[in-house]
Design a protein around this ligand. Structure first.
Ligand SMILES: [Zn+2]
Length: 249
């Protein structure tokens, strides 16, 4: 793929980075990323990936924009309330970067359709807020052997983790084997809006690292951010041989 003068200007700040440069930008332009969830995490992740020139972005979300989303889902404006999130975000990403192809599915990802919807992508982003959907994404990622970047938010705390999905390391269910009985939702406990920007942007950065080969991807590792103290730390996630999804049991 030959870069045009316009794209050389658009991606100039990537092209001068030794970790990305021309080959990395070409890889981004040729990459296919699927975003499950167009909410607090999927919003910033999708915006930064579109801006970065990821050539194909697929958005899967069945929700409509609600007024209570606007406190953190900055990809939407107040006149979007009532519109399907996948449609609004698709239009926003196309406006942001006409170089890329954006497709959307106004549908709920389930165990029944996950493999079909996620197939054909280089990286999967899990930006959902319920464990049943996370488990369905993880199961399909393992079948498809497609790397998965997952994020979570609650109150002032955020998490980012990555899974290679090729059997070389842990999967999401090595980390969360079963749905926690005391699982909290942001609707119940709250979440500070700016945290969605931090964690969603980190997810985009991890995708960019995976596609370009820059740095050390967060595969098999979990980054925990405590927004109240302003401190973060990274821990290794071990593979669990008794994992209900990827274990030998
Ligand atoms: Zn596992």
């Amino acid at each position: 793929m030959r870069m045009t003068p316009d794209s050389i200007e658009r991606y100039a700040r990537h092209l001068v980075l030794k970790e990305i440069g021309g080959p990395g930008q070409q890889a981004l332009l040729g990459a296919k990323v699927v975003l499950v969830g167009a909410g607090g995490l999927g919003g910033p992740a999708g915006l930064y990936l579109a801006a970065a020139g990821v050539g194909q972005i697929t958005i899967i979300d069945d929700d409509q924009v609600e007024a209570s989303n606007l406190q953190r889902q900055v990809q939407f404006v107040h006149t979007d309330v009532g519109m399907p999130k996948a449609v609004v975000m698709g239009d926003t990403l196309r406006d942001l970067n006409p170089d890329i192809r954006v497709t959307h599915h106004i549908t709920r990802l389930t165990a029944g359709n996950a493999e079909r919807l996620l197939a054909g992508h280089d990286v999967i982003i899990d930006g959902v807020d319920d464990f049943a959907t996370r488990f369905a994404i993880n199961a399909a990622a393992l079948v498809l052997k497609t790397p998965l970047i997952s994020g979570a938010l609650g109150r002032f705390d955020g998490q980012v983790m990555g899974f290679a999905s090729d059997g070389s390391g842990p999967c999401y269910r090595c980390f969360v084997p079963e749905i926690p009985p005391d699982a909290e939702t942001c609707a119940a406990v709250g979440v500070v809006g700016a945290l969605a920007g931090i964690i969603g942007s980190m997810m985009a950065l991890e995708v960019i690292k995976l596609i370009t080969g820059a740095g050390q991807p967060l595969l098999g590792r979990l980054y925990l951010y405590d927004g109240l103290s302003g401190e973060g730390r990274t821990v290794n996630l071990p593979r669990d041989s008794h994992c209900p999804q990827c274990g030998s049991r």
